[in-house]
Every structure is written in C-alpha cells, then in structure tokens.
Design a protein around this ligand. Structure first.
Ligand code: PLP
Length: 423
C-alpha cells in the first residue's frame, strides 16, 4: 500500500466509522499477504475485505457485484469530505487518474473511456450515436440481455434499421464465426455481441468478430457487462470499436457506475447526443461555436457523483492489487469445480460450454424434473442466491462465482441441487 492509499483508506475508515458506526469497517491498514491463487488463506483474507454476510452464499455477481470495504470507504470518505462544504468535488485530474487505472485494467487509453451509470447507458450512447439509417443491418445474438436488446429495438423502430439474429453456439468459436458470416450482407453496418453471454456465460471470440467486422467495413460493438473485472483482456488487442461495461458487477464498484470505451478514431463517429458541462472542448454560446471534448469525456455531462467515481477508482485498485490473472485463476477454479460437479448430478443439464476456453465464471444449469424457478426457490432455502435465466427462451439457473466465493459454497450448491426433489 503506498502512502497516498494508506491515507485514503485510513481517512475512509475514520469517516465511515463516524458516519455509519454500524458498518464495522474493516478498512484498517492491515498488510496484504502476497497474492497466491493456490493459497486458500489468501482468499480467506480477500473474503474478509467484504461486509457481505456469511450465512448466505452470494452467487449472482453477474447481476450485481458485492463491494469491498475499500470501495465503501472511498465513497463515504468522499461524500463526507464534500458534504462538509457542499461542493460537487468535480476534479478532472481525478477523473483522469481513475480512467488511467481503469484503462490499464481494460487495455485502452484514459481518453477512450467515459464514465456512465451502467452498461445499458453505454449501449444507448453507441446505439443513438452511430449514423445508422433505414435498411442498415445490425447483427446480434438471440441471447441478449434487455440492456443490449431494447436500445437496438428502439433504434429499429425509429430509423427502419434491421436486426439480424444468430443463436450463439456453445460448441465452438468457429460455429459462432460461421453464424455471423452467414448473416453478413451488403447492408451490414454493425456487429454487436456480448463478450460473455448473459444466459450461459459463453465467451464469444470478440477479437475474431472485430476483425471480421473490419474486413467487411462494418463496426463492432461489445457488450462487456459480464467481463470487466472477471478476467484480464485488452481492448486494444480485441480491436472492437466500442465496448460498454458496468462498474457494479465483476468490477465490484459502487452501484450505478459504468464505463464506456470508444476507440479514439471512432469518437467523432459516435455522436454525443446528451451533452452539457464537461462534454465540450470549448464553446461560445453567443457566437454559436463549440467543440466536443477531444476525449470520450464528451459523453459525460452536468453534475455527477464524485463519491461514486472515487468508489469506482477504489474498486479498480482493489482488483489490481489482487491481480487480474489471480482473480481469473480463482473465478475459473470455482466455476470449474461447479461445472464438473453439476455434470455428475442425474437430471441436470449444464448449458454452459464444455470447452473450458469458451466458459466464463457463470455456469448455467437446467433440471430435467424440476422447473428452474422451483429449483431456485429450493436453493434459496439453503441460503444460496442464484439468478434465473429467461433470455433466449431459456428456463434455467445461472450461478456466478467471484473472488468472495469459496469451494465450500460451490459444494453447498452441488449438495442443494442433489437434494432437490421432483415436484
Ligand atoms: C450482457 C449484459 N448486458 C447488459 C446488462 C445490463 O447491465 P446494467 O444493468 O449494469 O446496465 C447485463 C446485466 O446483467 C448483462 O448481463
């Protein structure tokens, strides 16, 4: 922990203890053990960094991530600091610092990132900003989350653009590339896919998809709600034109935070439609002249929450301290244990890919004899929080495993599923 961080954490602990004595903040400057993904005691230490209740296994990070004390303390400290003087705390150098950290996690420049409220807002900025018109075709999957389907459906209604859908294959990358290739036409302008599909956790070959899009002179957009903070990757290497994610899922940031990446050379193409203070690079109202901010900050406008942004920065630093390779090693070990265990249970079908390289830390199952909502209700009685999956016509349960989960919790899920009785 560097000095600045020590002071920040200590100040955060003091502020939150004063403001919220019931929080019992653990953000004391305890030394961190060296990260070792194979060492269970390291993960117990990490677990201790979260106020998350112990009696309930929280297995829905794909829906919402739990925040560690470091994040809560950063939010409360910034809030206390600002509420004493009633100021906004807007600070472009701090924004840049946070975006530089986030950019090092996502593999892009700070100037290519905009703060958003969630993935859905990022999708909307792209859907409304691209110059798409009547007859233009957009290729996407049949398994989209509502956050990456409704904005495109509204665009279709408004402009007469057309959606062309493919069923994502859990069998091979090549099948997915073939299915997309089969939909390409002279009118294709955009390929929009999730990095990890919300239904089955399938990881799509986004780098190859972006390359295909470029070769066909169309744009590529990646819905990254389920991947930032789950495993390491580089947006520069993926080569997509835009990518949207949430701060409040695998990144473990405060709720209602997100990041939108728009590649530098796409900024003028993705028109900023909602603008105001901070969106500009200079303006003169009386002369009627203005320029957009040269960075992705052009998509931000007006008064914002400095505490939430500070919290998102703390979340990124928290994950960086563990190391994204270690985070992925843990998430993958837990989800692999779950996948292997579920495959042994009679009546259970695992809908997530068999190929480990296509599998994320979200495992989805269906039971031959038990309707998914009934199975979810049954698991609730074991204090196991899962998420039902209805997108893409599925009727299944999704289980997310992240760094605060443990092998014991995975075993509790397996035991719970094993004990489920046919109605
Ligand atoms: C693939 C995908 N896209 C978008 C979203 C929407 O995220 P948010 O509610 O943060 O906008 C989700 C949420 O689960 C998701 O799984």
């Amino acid at each position: 922990m560097n000095r600045k961080e020590f002071v920040r954490v200590a100040a955060g602990a003091a502020a939150s203890a004063a403001a919220f004595p019931f929080l019992g903040s653990a953000a004391s400057p305890v030394p961190w053990p060296a990260p070792d993904p194979a060492d269970e005691s390291f993960w117990k230490f990490v677990r201790g960094q979260f106020p998350l209740a112990h009696d309930r296994a929280y297995l829905n990070t794909g829906g919402l991530g739990a925040s560690p004390y470091a994040v809560i303390d950063a939010v409360t400290a910034k809030m206390m600091e600002l509420e004493r003087v009633c100021e906004t705390g807007h600070d472009e150098s701090l924004w840049k610092e946070i975006k530089t950290d986030a950019g090092s996690l996502l593999g892009c420049d700070a100037g290519e990132l905009a703060f958003t409220r969630n993935t859905t807002e990022g999708v909307n900025i792209v859907a409304n900003g691209l110059p798409l018109t009547s007859g233009d075709e957009i290729i996407t999957t049949t398994h989209e989350h509502v956050g990456n389907s409704l904005p495109w459906m509204a665009l279709v209604r408004r402009t007469g653009a057309v959606l062309r859908l493919f069923e994502p294959s859990t069998v091979s990358d090549q099948e997915n590339l073939d299915r997309i290739a089969a939909l390409l036409s002279k009118r294709t302008r955009l390929i929009s896919v999730p990095h990890a599909v919300t239904t089955t956790g399938l990881i799509l070959p986004v780098r190859e998809i972006a390359t295909m899009a470029r070769a066909k002179r169309c744009w590529s957009f990646v819905d990254g709600a389920q991947t930032a903070g789950m495993f390491p990757f580089s947006l520069r290497e993926i080569g997509c034109d835009a990518y949207a994610t949430s701060g409040h899922k695998w990144l473990l940031g405060p709720k209602e935070t997100g990041l939108l990446f728009v590649r530098n050379d796409m900024l003028d193409l993705v028109d900023a439609k909602f603008i105001g203070a901070y969106s500009d690079g200079g303006y003169d109202f009386l002369k009627g002249t203005f320029a957009f901010n040269p960075t992705a900050q052009r998509y931000e406008y007006g008064t914002v929450s400095a505490p939430l942004r500070a919290g998102l920065g703390a979340a990124v630093r928290f994950l960086q301290r563990i190391g994204m390779q270690n985070v992925w090693a843990r998430d993958r070990a837990l989800s692999g244990r779950l996948y292997d265990g579920l495959r042994e249970i009679p009546g259970v079908t695992v809908l997530s890919p068999a190929d480990e390289s296509m599998r994320s830390a979200m495992i989805t199952l269906a039971h031959r004899d038990i309707p998914h909502l009934m199975l979810q209700e049954h698991l609730n009685t074991f204090n196991l929080r899962t998420r039902s999956v209805n997108e893409g016509g599925l009727a299944a349960l999704r289980i997310s495993t992240h760094i605060y989960n443990s092998p014991e919790e995975v075993d509790r899920v397996l035991e719970g599923v094993r004990m489920a009785k046919k109605p």
